[in-house]
Design a protein around this ligand. Structure first.
Ligand code: B12
Ligand code: SF4
Length: 578
């Protein structure tokens, strides 16, 4: 028996449409293991503890208490696999691993997910985990289980970092990306409480009356934005599934769960016009009356009038563009490679097709100055004039595994402390927990965020929606009514109210660990990471990053990734972690 664990989700008070969602990664891993003939048990901390809340830093955990998770791991498990996607989850996952090892001292604990992939050596050196699966996990976990069962050395398993002999941590070379994505087994959703997630509105994108199942139609992204961890996680390569097979998957959920709402969790689903046209036409041809969403942000290049109309006809109800900035300079510095003119053509097509369109902006990039942020103002005016429905402004977060992170870290502008491990969740908070922009204080960023929101919703006031802000507020408050989930603003206010109440409630309860221990946990983390980074620089696995973040776009990230991914390495682990 192999036991897979989805840890509790982290939440905090914030204005955002996003909600917790069903764990696609771990469901794929379960599917792959079952297809390889293994028995799998899943402890889904969220799905088995929807109503449980535990204080976690300034926010809270949603799901079973860590001790309860461990108690549910079947006694005959041969391996425990834990997912850790988000950096702010790491402290909780680390504690969970400790508790698993207390009950099962010799059981291998394997971790995987975006966070672990971005700092594998660090994850092994700060926790008691035995193996990290790097990047795409399906093939690697199957081969790893086979190697462990046969007592084979892990030296030969591509795509892992592991605890070697005599206190070492070894990183093997990465496994090549799966090209035959159509052969990847579908997520094993039968282990999860699909209806329960729906009932709590834990659907990732916008809530719908209809049962929700997330979809992944493509893997990877061909771009190399300097703030994004996807190039390191998936390499800059976009591989789509056959549209027909994606629709087969959707149809199977319609039949099995009576599902009708499908948020796509792709990094960027729409890249090729032919692909998206074929997908929409297949949905229409089969007469599937579904809703689907592109809520995590898409690129604009392939969306024109024809595509937008097909998106609407095939049931797409919500899409987000992620230009990140209205400043051409900023977009160049962060390697966004998105042209303003093309973006507006695309947005125009989407609005004409009456799609619910929102735009994501980010402020506080390290190079940002007031003049860059000011360039958002005319941009926003134009978005509002085009008829964009909603806009979201997030604070820049320094995600590990990104070019910007390496630059800030090598330049001494990031310390891996308690604040760092929290700040990623604060990206959508009202007040930023920190600023990486030398020219802008946290207060400045807060003022800019408020100004940009006022400008967007104020500009909408001057348009057809004459009632302006008052109407927006009314719309927002209607989110509390039954069925009130048509607009993002409704969802945002509903989420803000729920997360505010849960934050206050958990404040006075026992936390995930006593506060003094919580502070002590991070004491040596920066020193550990510094040692790893210095070790990588000394071995030539990494090259010291350019300190001037406005010059990072000149870098060829593929060369840097190749060096990192193709060089096996061994580190001495600190004695305490072994
Ligand atoms: C959907 C999504 C969400 C959903 C929720 C997802 C969830 N499970 O709860 C929503 C919309 C709520 C969301 C919110 C946020 N998100 Co988000 N999100 C995504 C997105 C687009 C898709 C995740 C996904 O399903 N991927 C597809 C699956 C198949 O991949 P996977 O989970 O990585 O799993 C594979 C491997 O990692 C591995 N694996 C995973 N687990 C395990 C376990 C084991 C044992 C093994 C062996 C292998 C393994 O195998 C899997 C199959 O190959 C990713 C980007 C991406 N494409 O991954 C960002 C991403 C995860 N989000 C990110 C961020 C920053 C956020 C926010 C902080 C944004 C914000 N500003 O508020 C919030 C935080 C939410 C919170 N409360 O914690 C970052 C996380 C980076 C980090 N280091 O923390 C990502 C990576 C995007 C990015 N590059 O910036 N997000
Ligand atoms: S931010 Fe979006 S476009 Fe840029 S690399 Fe990441 S997923 Fe691709």
């Amino acid at each position: 028996m192999i036991c897979l664990v989805r840890p509790p989700a982290v939440e905090s008070f914030r204005f955002a449409t996003t909600s917790i969602s069903m764990p696609l990664g771990i469901a794929y891993i379960a599917g792959a293991l079952e297809a390889a003939g293994h028995k799998v048990a899943v402890v889904d901390a969220v799905g088995q503890g929807f109503e449980k809340r535990t204080r976690y830093y300034k926010g809270y955990l949603v799901g079973l208490a860590l001790e309860d998770i461990v108690a549910r791991i079947p006694a005959d498990s041969k391996l425990v696999g834990i997912s850790c996607i988000f950096t702010h989850e790491w402290p909780a996952v680390l504690r969970l691993i400790e508790l698993v090892k207390k009950r099962f001292p010799v059981l291998p604990v394997v971790i995987g997910g975006e966070h672990c992939t971005s700092m594998p050596e660090f994850c092994l050196m700060t926790s008691k985990a035995d193996v990290v699966v790097l990047g795409e996990g399906e093939e690697t976990i199957v081969e790893l289980v086979a190697a462990l069962s046969a007592g084979r050395s892990l030296d030969t398993v591509d795509g892992i970092a592991w605890r070697g002999g005599s206190g070492t941590v070894q990183v093997n070379k990465r496994r090549a990306r799966r090209v035959d994505v159509d052969a990847i087994k579908l997520p094993a959703w039968d282990h999860f409480d699909v209806a329960g997630y729906h009932a709590r509105r834990f659907v990732g994108g916008m809530y719908s009356d209809r049962i929700t199942v997330p979809i992944l139609a493509t893997r990877g992204c061909p771009y190399q934005c300097t703030y994004c961890s996807s190039p390191n996680m998936w390499t800059p390569r976009w591989i789509p599934r056959q549209p027909k097979l994606v629709v087969d998957e959707i149809e199977s959920y319609v039949k099995r769960y009576n599902a009708g709402n499908f948020p796509f969790q792709d990094l960027t689903a729409i890249i090729q016009k032919e692909w998206i046209v074929e997908f929409c036409q297949e949905v229409l041809r089969r007469g599937l009356r579904i809703n689907w969403q592109l809520s995590s942000g898409t690129r604009s290049e392939a969306i024109d009038d024809e595509v937008a109309e097909l998106l609407r006809q095939s049931g797409m109800i919500n899409m987000a563009y992620a230009p990140e900035s209205g400043s051409e300079t900023t977009r160049r510095y962060i390697k966004k490679k998105m042209q303003t003119s093309r973006l507006f053509e695309s947005v125009g097509s989407a609005v004409r097709a009456e799609l619910n369109v929102s735009v994501f902006l980010v402020i506080g990039f390290p190079h940002d100055k007031a003049e860059h942020l000011a360039e958002n103002l005319p941009f926003i005016d134009r978005l509002a004039a085009e008829g964009v429905t909603d806009m979201s402004v997030g604070y820049y977060m320094a995600l590990p595994g990104t070019e910007l992170f390496h630059s800030l870290y090598d330049d001494g502008r990031i310390k891996l402390d308690r604040a760092y491990f929290r700040h990623i969740l604060d990206s959508l908070a009202i007040w930023p927990s920190q600023t990486y922009a030398e020219a802008l204080s946290s207060g400045d960023l807060f003022k800019w965020k408020s100004r940009l929101y006022r400008r967007f919703y104020g500009a909408k006031k001057k348009r057809a929606d004459r009632k302006g802000l008052a109407a927006s507020v009314k719309r927002a408050l209607s989110g509390f009514k039954k069925g009130g989930h048509r607009s993002k603003l409704q969802t945002v206010f509903r989420n803000a109210a729920t997360t505010a109440m849960d934050t206050v409630r958990t404040r006075f309860k026992r936390g995930w660990m006593p506060r003094h221990e919580e502070h002590a946990l991070f004491a040596d983390w920066d020193a550990i990471y510094r040692r790893i980074r210095e070790g990588k620089l000394a071995r030539g696995v990494a090259v010291r990053a350019i300190a001037d973040t406005s010059r990072l776009h000149e870098n060829n990230v593929v060369a840097a990734l190749r060096r990192d991914h193709e060089t096996p390495r061994v580190f001495e682990a600190p004695a305490a972690a072994g």
